[in-house]
Design a protein around this ligand. Sequence first.
Ligand code: P6P
Length: 341
Amino acid sequence: MGDFQPPQTDIITLSRHVLNEGFKMANQKQVTGEFTLLLNSLQTTCKVIEDLVRKARLNNMTGVAGAQNVQGEDQKKLDVISNEVMVNALVASGQSAVLVSEEEEEAIIVSDRRAAETGKYCLVFDPLDGSSNIDAGVNVGTIFGIYQVQPGSSGSIKDVLRPGREMVAAGYCMYGSSANIVLSTGTGVDGFTLDNSIGEFILTHPKIQIPPRGQIYSINEGNAMYYHPPITKYLDSIKFPEPPKKPYSARYIGSMVADVHRTLLYGGIFCYPADKKSTKGKLRMLYEAFPMAFLAEQAGGLATTGEKRVLDVVPTTIHERCPIFLGSREDVQDLLSFFKE
Ligand code: P6P
């Protein structure tokens, strides 16, 4: 007879956790609950998208939607629907002022869409990152970053063309064997797992810390012929190390959320460099590189473009790309040593 497991009676949901963090950060100032309302709206979209992704193949929702996004990539049906779910929910929340989505060519100024009052938060997001993997059942995810509007602003493009270090929160929801939200509001990184039986994200990974060094490197080596010398030299140093050091293992899923999630938990380094083919790298600065760099630093790791801290880069357009290397502090520092040679 297995041990009887008494039911959980002190469940820390995402909403409760965010409210608690808000109280801590407010240090007795009035907690308005606006941020909690925003995150509740955001997590509801993650639950809807998780359900869509889980049933995609049953509902014939895989394959292309017949349209292309601003990058000229075929939009998957789920890209289009996930984007609409997020835009509608975030506008309706009354807490957002500006929205930037990978699937929207222009920034959405919420006051243009909502007669009622708008909020003070600017959301930048990729509704369904890695969507090219959906048909193969590989993990995909939603990535988001949050700025507060600047003093005196009611919401404009200037509120999001700012360095990533000015974000107040960032995170992702990974859709895989379970749905996991990984979130930072600036006081560390916490992981939540969706309990479908009660429809709540439950705190399962408190205070995630990236190991100071890992044994895994993650990069698309199919681009090796285009790499600049510092990348090639760094990879050689971990693939053909001086004994007694052991070579690193290669792990590349091709879905940023999945590759970064593994890096946060196991350590090592994730790389999408600039190269002779992608002169600024492939990943988008605002809603891929910045949120993941925010999480990496909050978890005790580093995130660099190779030349500077990712979070110090200032975007000039909303779909701008940037190179990124993120992960264990010592691994990223090793990489940087090859850029300094
Ligand atoms: P490549 C997925 O399309 C994505 O935007 C990220 O999720 C992923 O890290 C990257 O592109 C993969 O790109 O060129 O290696 O297929």
